[in-house]
Design a protein around this ligand. Structure first.
Ligand code: HPA
Ligand code: ZN
Length: 352
């Protein structure tokens, strides 16, 4: 007797999809575009320990294995507690460089051709690390990554939504002298009780300064946070957004306006937004015409980089070759690369 699972309006058999050789090969070789990656979330436990030793910081874990063993999360907040503790080992420009460089090496191995990375300056400036140290180290690694791997990139400064809007405004002021290095602002951290409306003024200031705007919404929070992010923060992409299905009007709008969703499959399973990958709604969202993309979020914590996200998704859901091309086209169109690079990215993802 077969057991069936409901993923939004589509029904899939519960048995594991056999990943066809064709899809497997495509997933490995296709050029990838990453639009949702917290650079501090790429800090592997080995590097956490190495930087802690270098900077004489004591960690509450006895070993790399003990730290990795703690990566069992009940929800977003239980992850954020460990994630913010891990960011404390980043102190010097070379620490930010080394972290970013390590991510780019992994991204190159996954055939990433363009990446837009989030950074959380408030986690570092609150410990006395200067804004220029943070942005300078990340930017230098990205510039080297372009030369060495051909990976084009952008940076997006995220405000921590559990802190006040005044703190976000001070952070924006401190970052504006480095504006040529980042393309936009975002909103991350714990969603519950921290609606987009809390940050309306600082997002206006950022947009007035010529910056793009994105926000995490409807990862754990309600679908109405998507509407707030669009109408009050005037974002042009939604990070996660998978709970949009709780309100049909929100889904209809996302389809009509083709607002990109930067979906992170492994993250959503690890943080229990979905029980298993088979329950993930990404295929259903694609089939409903939403502009979805695949990304890794915090790969050091969630079990894999962008390639692993594609693999796990294709392993559990009936993703076709046409779906993979569509996901690539969506990411190229949703990217903040300049028009010439966007056209190039589109050609690359269509050539698979
Ligand atoms: N959600 C919200 N904030 C975050 C995340 C996330 O997945 N990762 C790092 N900051
Ligand atoms: Zn995220």
């Amino acid at each position: 007797m077969s057991v069936w699972l409901c993923a939004a309006s589509v029904w899939y058999p519960r048995r594991r999809m056999a990943l066809s050789v064709d899809i497997q090969r495509l997933v490995q070789t296709m050029p990838k575009i990453e639009l949702h990656l917290h650079i501090e979330g790429s800090l592997e436990p080995e590097m956490v320990f190495a930087l802690a030793a270098k900077n004489s910081i004591e960690l509450p874990y006895a070993s790399v294995d003990a730290l990795r063993a703690a990566y069992e999360f009940a929800d977003l907040q239980s992850f954020l507690d460990i994630y913010y503790a891990g960011t404390q080992v980043l102190c010097t420009e070379s620490d930010f460089y080394d972290m970013t460089r390590a991510y780019l090496v992994r991204a190159a191995a996954d055939n990433v051709v363009h990446t837009e990375i989030f950074f959380d300056p408030q986690s570092h400036t609150s410990r006395g690390v200067p804004m220029g140290t943070i942005i300078g180290g990340i930017r230098r690694a990205l510039d080297d990554g372009k030369k060495e791997f051909g990976i084009s990139s952008e940076m997006i400064l995220c405000f921590l939504r559990h802190l006040s809007e005044e703190d976000a405004e001070q952070t924006l002021e401190a970052a504006l002298p480095f504006k040529k290095h980042f393309i936009g602002v975002g909103l991350d951290s714990g969603e519950r009780g921290n609606p987009p409306s809390k940050f309306e003024r600082v997002f206006k200031k950022a947009r007035d300064a010529g910056l793009r705007a994105v926000a995490h919404a409807a990862e754990e929070g309600p679908a109405s946070y998507i509407t707030e992010a669009l109408d009050l923060l005037h974002v042009t992409r939604i990070d996660h957004g998978v709970r949009c299905t709780e309100d049909d009007n929100v889904v209809t709008r996302l389809v009509r306006e083709q607002i990109p969703l930067t979906v992170c499959p492994l993250s959503n399973v690890k943080l229990r937004v979905f029980d298993t990958m088979r329950d993930h709604n990404i295929k259903a969202l694609l089939d409903r015409g939403l502009c979805v993309t695949v990304n890794s979020d915090d790969p050091a914590y969630f079990g894999g980089y962008i390639g692993a996200n594609f693999e796990s998704m294709c392993d559990a859901l009936p993703i076709t070759r046409a779906d993979l091309i569509k996901l690539g086209e969506n990411a190229a169109r949703a990217s903040y690369a300049d028009e010439a690079r966007k056209a190039e990215l589109l050609r690359l993802v269509q050539s698979i």
